[in-house]
Write a protein that binds this ligand. Structure first.
Ligand SMILES: CC(C)(COP(=O)(O)OP(=O)(O)OC[C@H]1O[C@@H](n2cnc3c(N)ncnc32)[C@H](O)[C@@H]1OP(=O)(O)O)[C@@H](O)C(=O)NCCC(=O)NCCS
Length: 140
């Protein structure tokens, strides 16, 4: 298939961003909140199939030595076809000298291990919804 790989936030359908995150079971917010997050990010990737959003990811970074990945998702119908690999490698290429951290969705740790990530032993998080995140299994 012929996908468009988009590297900026111009004319993005922010409702589609929210919908995609909801579809894959990730945290999602009203469209304007996603727009604020992506526009403030260091690196963004959107993959479109005939104009339809089918994958995305973003990194926040200082561009010098630290980066964190968020909102990494591929539409269920398109998973397993290598789009995740494209998104990850595209973003990684934007932060070549950076340490990269992320927190995996429950059950996706193995995926990131295949992509060169290792589990952190000292990761600490101060989530806004601390109790809910503990219940979901993200924290102790
Ligand atoms: C995680 C996700 C983005 C991966 O995207 P994808 O397009 O399906 O991934 P790819 O097709 O590029 O897969 C790349 C490789 O990882 C492997 N893989 C996929 N899921 C895996 C898992 N849970 N454990 C181990 N390996 C996995 C694939 O087999 C593939 O290996 P190969 O290239 O050697 O064949 C996608 O599955 C997704 O959106 N999931 C739901 C949302 C989510 O969990 N996002 C991550 C939040 S942290």
């Amino acid at each position: 298939m012929d996908y468009e790989i988009k590297r900026n936030c111009d004319n993005v359908d922010w409702q589609a961003v929210s919908d995609l995150l909801k579809t894959v079971g990730m945290a999602h917010y009203p469209p304007d909140i996603h727009q604020k997050a992506f526009e403030a990010s260091y690196s963004v990737v959107f993959i479109l199939d005939s104009g339809k959003l089918v994958g995305m990811g973003r990194a926040i970074s200082d561009g010098a030595y630290q980066a964190a990945f968020y909102d990494f998702a591929v539409s269920p119908d398109y998973q397993g076809a290598g789009l995740g690999r494209i998104i990850l490698s595209t973003i990684l290429a934007d932060v070549p000298n950076c340490h990269v951290i992320l927190y995996a969705a429950i059950g996706k740790e193995g995926y990131y291990e295949t992509q060169g990530f290792r589990k952190m032993k000292t990761g600490m998080a101060r989530f806004l919804n601390a109790e809910a995140m503990a219940k979901k299994g993200f924290t102790e």
